[in-house]
Design a protein around this ligand. Structure first.
Ligand code: COA
Length: 583
């Protein structure tokens, strides 16, 4: 079928549905929901059999839903309506939640229902639930709805609040008042729920040291305490505040003032933190379930053979210069241990999304900070590439984008959770050339021609597609715990292989051969020559794209690699030239 996505943005759920439906042979095109006229025009150009709205912030125009079946993905149980579905579910401590696929009509979220799925809730931030449970439920429900629609004879079920199984109800937009933290009264659990309900958007508005900030990414602290609301400590950008019965770490804040964007909390508060002690982590921190650690390490021994698991859970997968260097040092410390395999675990929500564009945007010289960040990222990749005493595994529990994908390729084996989405390209960020030794790593895995296609077409890849291309080695696991179990089994099998020493010797020999052919330093030098032009050259595209990305400037049009209906029209009119035409 021809399916048009009408969506506020091409977010992770839209990307995943795009991959799933394309895999099933449907022809897809995407239009951003900019205004009614644009939506109507998109439908006229593409003439879809079906419209799917994975992520919308406003109603579909009547001119579209009255002529086409439009399936809307609502992140709520049957009967739930309103723009803060997950926010309320988290704040009110729902034990089970769900996703409903309904048909758009004149009642917002009130149309007849094509499919729905439920899932148990988890104590996690909204964006984590969205990227995991909601996404999996939405994929299952959308695929069911699309199949039913294709069958032709199935009709959706009208929403009937009289039915006992319809538990949802209409709820308003959640205000800051509903989320407001009362530091004197709220216990840790309540503070966590409030911050999680608004993470990643809009955050919980609060006052710290006289300023107004939105708070993000709260983590419980099990040992340290302080007066409710007081600042107790800082750790690598995070701050620790007392609650009525304990304390919570808050890793990111956004100043309320115009133009504010999310940054590590301690860097925003700066001098306002006064003499709050820095409780930074050691180089290779052992897992400690009682406190917040963005990097931690575990070791497992079987039959005298050791495996190291290095976890790095950076908010949104963005890695600043300091993050990259700390991770490089942690990796080097792990590599100095007498273990056979190092598994790079990333975090449960993201593997890595490359250099930290927000920290770069906030720097006095964004060009200098971009340069420092990409060099630190390269240093990390180099440490992994040069690890000659272990075999390394990159285990992608969550999505990866841009340099984050190529960081994974620095490992000897790359494994991904089945539902992971990869964006192995840099072009979207103002035509950035990219580094992370990708000019070495990518063609080595997939060949030169496929490397060009992958980086040029700018589309997301599902894990199975990435495996078919040779970009990754394997994918499995319906969810994060299942994937993590599979990764541990794979790591053990590798570490205990009778021919382990031969494998290691072959790895070292291969690296030496490649080094003779072309040294890693040369790949890096060549990539960084391009990056220097991106950062310091006359063309400001990267700086403009980064500004738009960080400041969330609304889309004014849909890029042509997504809006195939528009691309076709431009092609027909002979208006695509040069780079656009081949991209
Ligand atoms: N630096 C800072 N923040 C980043 C980031 C980065 N490199 N990559 C993603 N984020 C943030 C987003 O701003 C967003 O923040 P929010 O919590 O305030 O909404 C969050 O991570 C999720 O990103 P989003 O774009 O909504 O996720 P997605 O799944 O829809 O898209 C990507 C994934 C990778 C396509 C997209 O995030 C992206 O293009 N990131 C930039 C990649 C890049 O160019 N890196 C630099 C070159 S190495």
């Amino acid at each position: 079928m021809r399916i048009l996505f009408l969506t506020h943005s091409f977010n992770s759920l839209a990307q995943r549905l795009h991959v799933e439906l394309t895999r099933r042979g449907h022809e897809l095109s995407v239009e951003f929901d900019i205004n009614d006229q644009v939506a109507v025009e998109a439908v006229a150009l593409f003439r879809p059999d079906l419209v799917v709205a994975p992520f919308l912030k406003r109603a579909i125009p009547e001119a579209v839903w009255s002529r086409h079946v439009c399936l809307v993905v609502h992140p709520g149980i049957v009967g739930d309506r309103g723009p803060s579905a997950l926010d309320w579910a988290i704040l009110e401590g729902e034990r089970e939640w769900g996703v409903t696929v309904l048909q758009a009509n004149e009642v917002m979220d009130g149309g007849p229902i094509w499919a729905s799925r439920c899932f148990p809730m988890r104590g996690a931030r909204k964006s984590s639930l969205y990227r995991n449970e909601v996404t999996e439920a939405a994929v299952a429900a959308v695929l069911e709805a699309v199949d039913k629609f294709a069958a032709g004879h199935v009709r959706p079920e009208p929403l009937d609040y009289g039915k006992p199984e319809v538990r949802g109800r209409a709820r308003p937009l959640m205000t800051q008042e509903a989320r407001r933290i009362d530091w004197q009264r709220d216990d840790t659990e309540t503070v966590l729920r409030k911050i999680r309900s608004g993470d990643s958007f809009p955050g919980v508005l609060d006052r710290i040291a006289g300023g107004e900030y939105y708070l993000y990414n709260a983590r419980p602290e099990g040992r340290l305490r302080g007066a409710p609301g007081s600042l107790i400590a800082r750790r690598h950008g995070a701050i620790l505040r007392g609650t009525r019965d304990g304390a919570v770490w808050i890793t990111h804040v956004k100043p309320k003032a115009d133009g504010g964007f999310k940054l590590p909390a301690a860097s925003v508060l700066g001098e306002a933190l006064g003499d709050v002690p820095a409780l930074d982590l050691p180089v290779l921190p052992a897992r400690d379930g009682e406190t917040y650690q963005d990097i931690f390490y575990e070791e497992e021994w079987r039959d005298g053979v050791g495996i190291g698991y290095l976890h790095f859970d950076f908010y949104n997968g963005a890695m600043s210069t300091a993050d990259c260097l700390r991770l490089r040092d942690a990796f080097a410390a792990a590599a100095a241990r007498e273990i056979r395999v190092i598994v790079l675990m990333g975090g449960p929500d993201f593997w890595c999304n490359g250099i930290h564009l927000n920290v770069i945007e906030a720097a006095a010289s964004p060009a200098d900070e971009s340069w420092a960040n990409i060099n630190a990222m390269d240093d990390l990749c180099l440490a992994i590439l040069r690890a000659g005493r272990q075999l390394t595994i990159a285990a992608l529990q969550g999505n990866a984008g841009a340099g984050g994908v190529f960081l994974a390729l620095a490992a000897d084996r790359v494994l991904a959770r089945q539902g992971v989405i990869l964006n192995p390209h840099y072009k979207g960020m103002g035509n950035l050339f990219g580094s992370e030794y990708w000019t070495y790593l990518l063609p080595k895995r997939v060949g030169a021609e496929r490397a060009r296609e992958i980086t040029g077409n700018r589309l997301p890849l599902g894990a199975p597609e990435a495996q078919a291309l040779g970009l990754i080695d394997d994918c499995f696991g319906a969810d994060v715990p299942a994937f993590a179990r599979g990764v541990r089994a794979a790591a053990r099998e590798l570490a205990l292989r009778p021919d382990f020493e031969a494998l290691l010797a072959a790895k070292r020999a291969g690296r030496e051969r490649d080094e003779v052919e072309k040294p890693l330093a040369r790949y890096r030098e060549e990539e960084l020559e391009h990056m220097k032009l991106n950062f310091y050259g006359f063309d400001p595209s990267y700086h403009v794209a980064r500004y738009h990305f960080v400041h969330r400037v609304p889309h004014a049009w849909t890029p042509l690699h997504l809006a195939r209906h528009r691309r076709r029209m431009w092609e027909r009119q002979g208006m695509l030239k040069g780079r656009e035409a081949v991209a």
